[in-house]
Design a protein. Sequence first.
Length: 200
Amino acid sequence: MAGDTKARIAQAALALFAQNGYLGTSMSDIAQQLGITKGALYKHYASKQEILDQIIQKMNDLDLERAQAYGMPENEADGFAEEYVNTPTEKIRTYSIAQFRHWTEETFSSQFRKMLTLEQYRDPKMAQLYQMYLATGPLEYMAAIFRKLTDSDAAAMQMALEFYGPMYLLYSVYDAAEHKESVISMLETHIDQFIRRVHP
């Protein structure tokens, strides 16, 4: 029961962080959103940072669950790269689309992305998280994967840019789009064309 309450608090806090920013949200705001006293809130979380830590842990758990659900390699980058070569392209395609839907359609993950987007220019720690989850992290990981398909680190990074760059852009396109599924169609076309070029 206590775990359910902590999860409910984290969800409510994240909704406020996504709307007003992490820095723009106080523990009082979170308590008010939940209809509880600050004292009751502090029984579950000692600080706003502790709530953020819980949110990050959930994000990490979701990442692992998704990799397992789609049968994708879970090793470090080099091991992943070895397995990637033997991974059917349809599995890569399905997983990539699932990743995009994760960051856009799932409430918790979408709010996390929006919070990081808001705060990346205001707080160095948030900027690091933004880079790790949405920018440098995915790009470097893809470059490590593509390293097995190219003859240099520079070529692998170029492939990663070509693959991930449009996906990254489409997050913003999705947020503003009236017809969300049209953005998914653009994503699918991009992935299909990329796969055909890499695995003719």
